[in-house]
Design a protein around this ligand. Structure first.
Ligand code: ADP
Ligand code: ADP
Length: 228
């Protein structure tokens, strides 16, 4: 069964139709980019995939199971758009931030168990940030912080990682290496990736599938779901 299967989904806020009759699926191993201009429903679609809101109409299956019956959501990792605007001067180390992804699973702890430090190291290696484990997060660049937040999601060992506009805080010259890192997560660590962006230019040859939500054609449906 597909990892995520969306059938004929619509979603309406009080006044606004955000999504209308969307169908799409995500297979294990995909690196999917969901594209669309501001207001086309990308965030709404993500919230539906994450189970944060229920579609007004239509169904969503996770691993072939209707999402209404699906209890365990640890299989999905999520990195929100806001997590990379981490500039509060909050004195957290990289290790503490990444371990936060474990705390969600196993409750809070005062001191990291040894096994947790190993998990944190492994997650940081996967995003190329192992050398920064004892650094303060607030000293890092936008792109480095984004990698740390991805490691925080990875440490809980999700099957699929959902990223909301991950390149927004990253310098132009570092975007390509950021995509290379994502591609290696997809290829070597077998992480299914779903990435949301409004920037067509950020879609590189690393991505295996593209889905477009497009308001400009007055149809909130997918214009295409291409295999490359
Ligand atoms: P995108 O992420 O592509 O910018 P959204 O999913 O955020 O699109 O929004 C889709 C449409 O739904 C837009 O017209 C937006 O203004 C509207 N919308 C989003 N969130 C809400 C909300 N909480 N209440 C009412 N309308 C909303
Ligand atoms: P994002 O695209 O990262 O979700 P937005 O700025 O589009 O950021 O939305 C921020 C929050 O405001 C979201 O939770 C969204 O649901 C809500 N929102 C967006 N548009 C509207 C709207 N027209 N009315 C009410 N809430 C909205």
């Amino acid at each position: 069964a597909p990892l995520i299967e969306i059938k004929d989904i619509s979603f309406e806020y009080e006044q606004t139709k955000a999504l209308e009759n969307i169908s799409m699926s995500v297979q294990e191993g995909d690196f999917l980019a969901i594209l669309g201009p501001n207001g086309s429903g990308k965030s709404t679609l993500l919230k539906i995939m994450l189970g944060l809101i229920k579609p007004t109409k239509g169904s969503i299956k996770l691993f072939g199971v209707d999402s209404k019956q699906f209890k365990n959501r640890e299989w999905v990792g999520y990195v929100s758009q806001k997590s990379n605007s981490f500039n509060s001067g909050f004195p957290a180390t990289v290790e503490e931030v990444v371990a936060g992804g474990l705390a969600k699973k196993s409750g809070l702890f005062r001191r990291l168990p040894k096994s947790a430090r190993e998990d944190v190291k492994e997650a940081l290696e996967a995003v190329g940030m192992e050398a920064f484990i004892d650094r303060s997060v607030s000293e890092l660049s936008g792109g480095q912080q984004q990698r740390v937040f991805i490691a925080r999601a990875l440490v809980a060992k999700p099957k699929v990682l959902i990223l909301d506009e991950p390149t927004v805080g990253i310098d132009h010259q570092n975007v390509q290496s950021f995509y290379n890192m994502l591609a290696s997560l997809n290829r070597d660590k077998k992480i299914t990736l779903v990435l949301v962006t409004h920037d067509v230019d950020t879609v590189t040859d690393r991505i295996t599938h593209v889905a477009c939500l497009n308001q400009t054609i007055h149809f909130h449906g997918f214009k295409e779901q291409l295999h490359t």
